[in-house]
Design a protein around this ligand. Sequence first.
Ligand SMILES: C[S@@+](CC[C@H](N)C(=O)[O-])C[C@H]1O[C@@H](n2cnc3c(N)ncnc32)[C@H](O)[C@@H]1O
Length: 386
Amino acid sequence: MNKFKIVAKTFAGLEEVLAGEIRALGAESVSVERRAVSFMGDQTLMYKANFHLRTALKILKPIAEFEVGKRDELYEQTKKIPWSKYLALGKSFAIDSTVQSEMFVNTMYASLKVKDAIVDQFREETGKRPSVNPENPDVRINVYLMGNHCILSLDSSGESLHKRGYRVGQGDAPLNEVLAAGMILLTGWHGEKDFLDPMCGSGTLLIEAALIAKGIPPGMYRKSFGFEQWPDFNETLFSEICNGDYEKETKCKISGSDISIKDIAIARANIKSASLSKVIELLVEDVIDLKPTSSSGIIITNPPYGERMKPQSIVELYASIGNTLKNRFAGFEAWIISSSLDGLKSIGLKPAKKIELYNGALACSYRCFELFRGTHKQAVIIKKAQ
Ligand SMILES: C[S@@+](CC[C@H](N)C(=O)[O-])C[C@H]1O[C@@H](n2cnc3c(N)ncnc32)[C@H](O)[C@@H]1O
C-alpha cells in the first residue's frame, strides 16, 4: 500500500511514550517533535494509529506544505490543492487552525481564507459548494501556520482521541484520558502488579490502567473516526482492525477509592460503561485510611491541587498522603501528579523521578516515590548487592 507521512499529536512530556507506541505498531521513520511524533505509514497504519494509540490526541495526514510570502498566498496555494480528492460535495467540513505568524495575527482570519479557497474551488468547478459545520463536521482540515510555513492536513481522527467513548460522567476535575494513559505508560506499568488510585474521582486512571492491562485498544468504544467520512474509506480494512482479538486475562488487581460518595458513583458509571466492572474494585474511603491488600504494587494518583482549598488544608492533605505511604506501603511505588509544589514537598519523601507534564494549562510535576522497607540506605545496599 502507498506510504505517506503521518503526524500524531500529543501533550508535552508524552512524546517519547507516544513514539514507543507508534514503533510497536510497526511504523517506519519515527521522529519525535514538539507535542507530536511523525512517521511513515500506509492507510492500514493510519487506521491502526487511531484505534490503538493511547497517548495520541489526533492523527493527521499532511496533504500540502508551502511557504506563504504574502497574506493572499494562503488562499492561492490552498486553491491549488485538488479538494474533491479529499472532500465529497455532500459532506460538511470545518477548519482547525494553529497559527503563529505576524501575517495572520487573527487565527480566525487564516481559517477563513482556507475555507474560502476550498468553497470557491468547488463552486467554480461544479457550481455547488460543500457546507461548513464548525460544531460537528464530517471532514476536519487542519491548518498549521508557523511564520511563513504552512502545512495543511486532513484530520483522520475527527473528534480528539481522548474522547474514548466510555465516559458517561465526570467530577470537578477529571484527567484527560490521553494524559492518564501517558502517566501510566511513563511508569512502565503494563499490568504486572496491583494498581491503586486512592483519589480516583471519576475513575479515569483506573479505566485507562484496566485497558492497558487487558490489552483493550482505546478506540474500541469510539462510535466514529474522521477517516470514515473520506472518499477513500476502506470499510473492510477498518472492520478487520476493529474485530481483532485483543483482550487478554490479567492477574493484577486494579482498585480505586475516593472520599466522595458522589465521585465513586460517577466512577462506577464510567467503569460500567467501559464494561470493566468485573476488573476494577471501588471503595469510598479517606486516603488516610488506605491499606495495602498485597505486598507490592503501584499507586498512581491525581490529588486535588488546592485551587478550591485553603493553603493549610492542601499541605495537611499531602502530608497525610506521605504518612500513609511511609507507614503502610513499603514495597510499593507511588506516582503523584500535582501543580502544587508546596503540596508535593509536604509529602516528606524524596522523589526518585520527576517528570514535567501539563494538566490542561497547569504546569505539573509528576513524581515517583519508591517506598522501601527499612531505610533508603539499606534498600540501596540491597539493590546494589542484587
Ligand atoms: C483531581 S480529583 C481526581 C480526578 C480523577 N483523576 C479523575 O480523572 O476524575 C481529586 C479527587 O481527590 C478526592 N479526595 C480529596 N481528598 C481526599 C481524601 N482525603 N481521601 C480520598 N480522596 C480525596 C476528591 O474527592 C477528588 O475526587
